[in-house]
Design a protein around this ligand. Structure first.
Ligand SMILES: *Cc1c(COP(=O)(O)O)cnc(C)c1O
Length: 401
């Protein structure tokens, strides 16, 4: 790039350019007057519960809501998180030192490497994996080492395959189950192995549990902190964006090892001064409603999943049915690259998706489709994709990107 005077080289190592590319394809299709069914970005299309919104509105009217809130979150918020965690996972964190509020999980994940590692350290990241993990390492000058995930091992990493010399440099490792983009899930037995590995290798185990409350067919995703002794070596990130539809409110929290959380808090203390108090109140309302047994959002996405998966299979595309998350991780038909398939599906069927290689080199051969439109729109998307699949041919000669 030429004009780099006001642009750090660090920026070039941030997220994949593919997301911007898909946005440009979408804008182009809309300019041409196409009705685009946008299943590319995983942003919930529904609002938070009325009760959460009313709590937010009432709190926003209070004159004392506009103070700097404090990086760690109000004690009321942290106590509510601790109670929710105890109820949901059977382990009770100390709200004073084992819970930290976040401006979205993204905030915590992006700042973690900077607060617990130094330039020259390394971290293991899932490949394919959620892009912010890599971005957090890039801004901290921490080396990213991919932890390969593949379909034949259920997208669970093989810790023993990581060479000794690599472990010596690794400061932390990131896992994400239920996973974006893979929709893979893990059970407690896997987390026991992960905690044991972290302890033996003296690394911090970082678990992104953003989809813990978005699972189907009765499955309840576990927390890594359910493993006895996990608080000594692990932190877990939770989000109110997906399960409680509060994405724009920017609210999440971290639970777990107090030393790691204290470091993250110390860094954030220099950058932000916490989440708007009214948003924390909305979060308290959402978590309290959840504890009171209100229907979770899982059912909404479970129905969408059923409709869309059935529609696509009917159309001749045999996609796996996810047990959790709002994503379908779908293998592209033979002969196509991820990028080429995603682009043509948008151009011809008007259905937007994300090419799998946006999430790492091992995502090539897949596209990610998000269940963020209504059932009737998803039915229509499946029909249009069916028509596209019957007529489309991979273009000869176009190379994989
Ligand atoms: C959406 C998402 C997040 C970010 O959530 P926020 O709380 O909105 O920052 C984190 N991790 C994964 C895997 C996600 O899909």
């Amino acid at each position: 790039m030429d004009n780099t005077r006001w642009r750090s080289r660090r920026l070039d190592r941030l997220g994949s350019a593919i997301f911007a590319e898909v946005a440009a394809w979408k804008a182009e299709a809309r300019r041409e007057g196409k009705d685009v069914i946008a299943l590319d970005i995983g942003s919930p299309d529904q609002p938070p519960s009325l009760q959460a919104r009313e709590t937010l509105a009432a709190a926003a009217l209070r004159p004392d809501a506009y103070r700097y809130p404090g990086t760690e979150g109000t004690i009321r918020f942290r106590e509510t998180v601790a109670r929710w965690f105890g109820r949901r996972f059977g382990v009770a964190p100390d709200p004073a030192e084992e819970v930290l509020s976040l401006m979205g999980t993204q905030d915590g994940l992006a700042h973690l490497a900077m607060s617990i590692a130094d330039p020259g350290d390394a971290a293991l990241l899932p490949d394919p994996g959620y892009p912010v993990y890599q971005a957090g390492l890039a801004v901290a000058d921490v080396e990213a080492i991919p932890l390969p995930l593949s379909e034949d091992n259920g997208y669970l990493p093989d810790f023993d395959a990581v060479p000794e010399a690599v472990w010596d440099r690794v400061k932390f490792l990131i896992l994400n189950y239920p996973s974006n983009p893979l929709s893979a899930v893990a059970d407690l037995a896997f987390f026991e192995r992960a905690v044991d590995t972290a302890r033996r290798r003296n690394v911090l185990l970082v678990h992104d549990n953003a989809y813990s409350e978005m699972a189907y067919d009765g499955f309840r995703p576990p927390s890594v902190l359910e493993v006895p002794g996990a608080f000594e070596v692990a932190v877990e990130f939770h989000s109110l964006s997906k399960s409680f539809h509060l994405a724009g409110g920017r609210l999440g929290f971290a639970v777990g090892n107090r030393e790691a959380l204290s470091s993250l808090r110390a860094l954030k203390n220099n950058i932000d001064f916490g989440v708007f108090l009214a948003v924390q109140e909305a979060g308290i309302a959402a978590l309290e409603m959840d504890m009171a047994g209100h229907e979770s959002v899982s059912l909404l996405y479970e129905k969408r999943r059923d409709v869309f998966v059935a529609g696509l299979r009917n159309a001749g595309w045999n996609v796996p049915s996810p047990k959790a998350t709002m994503f379908l991780w779908a293998p592209v038909p033979a002969g196509w690259s991820s990028r080429q398939f995603s682009r043509e599906m948008l151009a011809q069927a008007g259905v937007a998706s994300i090419p799998g290689n946006a999430f790492g080199v091992r995502g090539e051969g897949y596209v990610r489709l998000a269940l963020v439109e209504t059932e009737s729109r998803l039915t229509e998307a499946a029909e249009r994709i069916g028509t596209f699949l019957r007529s489309a041919e991979p273009k000869q000669g176009e190379t994989m990107v």
